[in-house]
Design a binder for this molecule. Structure first.
Ligand SMILES: Nc1ncnc2c1ncn2[C@@H]1O[C@H](COP(=O)(O)OP(=O)(O)O)[C@@H](O)[C@H]1O
Ligand SMILES: [Mg+2]
Length: 210
C-alpha cells in the first residue's frame, strides 16, 4: 500500500512546523511505522536536525529523508514513498508555491498553531488553502501552557475557522527543544517525559485518522 502523506503547513513562521514533524516522525517510528521525512523549507531546519541524527549511528530509529526544492516534490515523493507507511513533509512559511504543492500532495494537512486568538486567526489562510485544494486538514495546538484558559479559548476560536483541531496537542516543553538539539525526538531523548507522552498521543491520533 502506498505511504500516506502528511504535510505540516502553516504560513505563520515559528508556529512549530519543524518541531511537529520531528516529534511525530520519531513517535511513529517508535510505534513501529516506517517513516520518511521531507524538508522542502529552504531554511533547512529539518535537514540540520537530520544531519545531527545521522551522527548518532544505527541505534536511533531509521527515518528515510529527502531535502528537495518544491518543484521536484512529486518526483522525490514518489521515490521516497516506496515501502514506507507514512511520509511527513515540512513545508516553508508564507504562501509559497512549494507549500501549495506540498498541500496538494497530502492525504492530511496538519496546521500547528499556538493557543492564542491571533495565532488562530493567522492560521485562516492555511486552512483556506487546504480547503481550496480539497485536502483534509486539522489544527494541532502547540506550545500549550500548563494552565490558563488560552487552550479552551483557542479551541473555541478554531471552531470559527471551520477546521477541526486534533484532541492531541503539544505543551510548551523544554524536552522538545533539548531533544531536537541532539538529533532526537522527545520519545527518544526523554521517553518517560510528558513531552514524549504527548508525542505518542499525537502519533496515535494521526495514524487513527488513516
Ligand atoms: N512545543 C514546544 N515547546 C517548546 N518550544 C517549542 C515548541 N514548539 C516549537 N518550539 C520552539 O519555537 C520555535 C519555532 O519552532 P519551529 O518548529 O522551528 O517552527 P516553524 O518550523 O513553524 O518555523 C523554535 O525555537 C522551537 O524550539
Ligand atoms: Mg521550520
Amino acid at each position: 500500500m502506498a505511504a500516506k502523506v502528511v504535510t505540516v503547513a502553516q504560513q505563520k513562521g515559528g508556529a512549530g512546523k519543524t518541531t511537529l514533524v520531528i516529534q511525530l516522525a520519531t513517535a511513529l517510528a517508535e510505534a513501529g511505522r516506517k517513516v520518511g521525512i521531507m524538508d522542502i523549507d529552504p531554511q533547512g531546519s529539518l535537514t540540520t536536525w537530520m544531519r545531527r541524527r545521522e551522527q548518532l549511528g544505527p541505534e536511533v530509529a531509521e527515518l528515510r529523508f529527502a531535502m528537495v526544492g518544491g518543484w521536484r516534490l512529486g518526483v522525490e515523493l514518489d521515490r521516497l514513498k516506496g515501502g514506507l507507511d507514512l511520509v511527513l513533509i515540512d513545508s516553508p512559511p508564507h504562501a509559497e508555491t512549494e507549500a501549495r504543492a506540498a498541500i496538494r500532495a497530502a492525504d492530511l494537512v496538519l496546521i500547528p498553531c499556538q493557543p492564542s486568538l491571533l495565532d488562530v486567526w493567522a492560521s485562516g489562510p492555511t486552512v483556506e488553502l487546504a480547503a481550496r485544494e480539497g485536502r483534509r486538514a486539522a489544527i494541532v495546538l502547540n506550545r500549550v501552557p500548563p494552565r490558563g484558559r488560552s487552550f479552551e479559548e483557542a479551541r473555541a476560536a478554531v471552531t470559527e475557522l471551520a477546521c477541526r483541531s486534533l484532541d492531541a496537542h503539544l505543551g510548551n516543553r523544554q524536552a522538545f527543544v533539548a531533544g531536537i538539539a541532539k538529533g532526537l525526538g522527545a520519545v527518544e531523548s526523554e521517553p518517560k517525559s510528558a513531552a514524549a507522552e504527548e508525542s505518542r498521543a499525537l502519533a496515535g491520533e494521526v495514524v487513527g485518522r488513516g
